[in-house]
Design a protein around this ligand. Structure first.
Ligand SMILES: NC(=O)C[C@H](N)C(=O)O
Length: 482
């Protein structure tokens, strides 16, 4: 049961082999049993939402609703009506939204049943899920290691099969890197594909909601339901509705797959290098034509991102002043101390660091030298991709230079930021990209990143789906959680 695809679970629900309550009960029991090990979830619903159950049952009766009755968890930065939404922060520890994020509402309308909220790095800042006010998350493949971040709780929950589907968000790699570390599939769609309404903002020009699940097919089904133009989010794109079409037969023939050899050569970890080369060879064996491509400005991506994202966060997070929003201190002597103390108590260190860097980069004397320059670099990187996609359909490259690292290994300085070197370029360009499992090294999962052209989610999901029809890495999960 716990390793079935969404389609298989849906068929069982439709044929009444299992009821919605029974299916959700199986996963609810697993969340209760395994959360002590992983700490993947911040909230576990003691009781399922009656309205969601009724909706699921009504849609199942109609038939043709593949997500009806399928349980999921939302990353704890999607606003959920009447359910605490903490963003992994003391600042929002008691925040209970009076409305649903568009993503939450859309999936609920399709009959999905929420069984909890997933842990995350505070305000989505981090690559290890060690920056959460609700405790660090452990990787189900090795509990002494990180699950990646910031959607680390979502990834760990799916990897331990505590839930079949989790939502995540990705600003500079937050879906792809944890998916790679935990051996699951995760897609960050094109910027604008999924509404950001009700998704607590970190860096608004980069944040994008997406899906994490064992397989590309599961991700495609959920992405179809959660995406689409939303009048409540002016940055959501006016594109035809995404509708995942699972390819009937594996056929990559003639597909041009770009390979960034410089990135692969750059890999210090021999195991990751081997798995990456093997996976790309498999794509070629399926008929893809490999084309060497160059992304000459990608080396500047981390520097640009860690100016732009903090700049945007310093502005977005200014609303949490203890008066209008967020935690309010009890130690007040005057108005300034109210702001200062509330923010010092509410925000963790990484968030405070980024707010200060961002405010500094935006200040009048430094704006041109840092913020404006980073914007120009962002354009150069987008142009590199434009050039690449004039030659290829999809780009295949590593997700992370390393496998899941040990808790505490990267707590110093900015070493954590290096983890994002292969994921940030596509984020700056706003392109759709996914991570899929391609094997193991030292007993830990390795992921391959597929990057598509704007709004070409179908092409990367198809390629991943074809690969997954020939391999079973996406079906493997840690024995301890069997
Ligand atoms: N939010 C993300 O996409 C994660 C990225 N590692 C960051 O800390 O910004």
């Amino acid at each position: 049961m716990i390793n079935l695809s969404v389609r298989a679970m849906s068929a069982m629900l439709e044929s009444k082999q299992i009821s919605v309550q029974e299916l959700c009960g199986v996963y609810s029991d697993r969340t209760q049993a395994f959360n002590a090990d992983t700490n993947a979830l911040i909230t576990i619903h003691a009781e399922l939402n009656a309205a969601e159950l009724l909706q699921a049952q009504a849609l199942l009766k109609q038939g043709g609703h593949p997500l009806a009755g399928i349980p999921l968890v939302h990353k704890d930065l999607f606003c959920t009506h009447g359910v605490k939404t903490t963003c992994g922060s003391n600042m929002l520890a008691e925040f209970v939204p009076p409305y649903n994020a568009t993503v939450v509402q859309k999936l609920s309308d399709q009959g999905m049943v929420s069984i909890g909220k997933a842990n995350m790095d505070e305000f989505a800042m981090g690559s290890s899920n060690e920056h959460s006010a609700f405790g660090l998350v452990s990787n189900p493949w090795d509990l002494s290691r990180v699950p990646g971040g910031s959607s680390g709780g979502s990834a760990a929950a799916v990897a331990a099969r505590m839930v079949p589907i989790a939502t995540g968000t990705d600003t500079g790699g937050s879906i792809r890197q944890p998916a790679a570390f935990c051996g699951i599939t995760g897609i960050k769609p094109s910027y604008g594909r999924v509404s950001r309404y009700g998704m607590v903002a970190f860096a608004s020009s980069l944040d994008q909601g997406g899906v994490m699940a064992p397989s590309a097919d599961d991700c495609g089904l959920v992405l179809s339901a959660m995406s689409g133009h939303d009048p409540l989010d002016s940055t959501s794109a006016q594109q035809p509705q995404f509708d995942w079409q699972k390819p009937k037969t594996p056929d990559s023939k003639g597909l041009k797959v770009g390979v960034v050899s410089a990135w692969i050569e750059d890999l210090q970890d021999e195991g990751i290098k081997q798995r990456t080369l093997e996976a790309i060879a498999q794509l070629q064996a399926n008929g893809a034509e490999l084309v060497e491509i160059d992304l000459p400005h990608a080396d500047l991506a981390i520097s640009a991102y860690y100016v732009l994202a903090p700049a945007e966060c310093s502005s977005n997070l200014s609303r949490f002043d203890g008066v209008r929003f967020g935690h309010q201190t009890e130690h007040v002597t005057d108005l300034e101390s109210l702001y200062r103390q509330s923010r010092s108590e509410g925000f963790g260190q990484e968030v405070q660091k980024r707010i200060m860097i961002g405010a500094w980069a935006l200040s009048s004397g430094y704006y041109d030298a840092y913020y404006l320059k980073a914007q120009k670099v962002r354009r150069l990187i987008s142009d590199d991709f434009k050039q690449a996609f004039s030659q290829v359909d999809v780009i295949a490259c590593p997700v992370s230079p390393e496998v899941a690292f040990k808790h505490g290994d990267k707590s110093e300085g900015v070493s954590m930021y290096q983890a994002d070197k292969f994921t940030i370029p596509a984020s700056l360009a706003g392109l759709p990209c996914l991570s899929m499992p391609i094997g193991f090294t030292q007993g830990l999962p390795v992921g391959l990143q597929l990057i598509g052209n704007y709004f070409a989610e179908q092409s990367i999901l198809s390629l991943a789906d074809q690969y997954q029809q020939q391999t079973n890495f996406h079906l493997q999960f840690p024995e301890a959680f069997a």
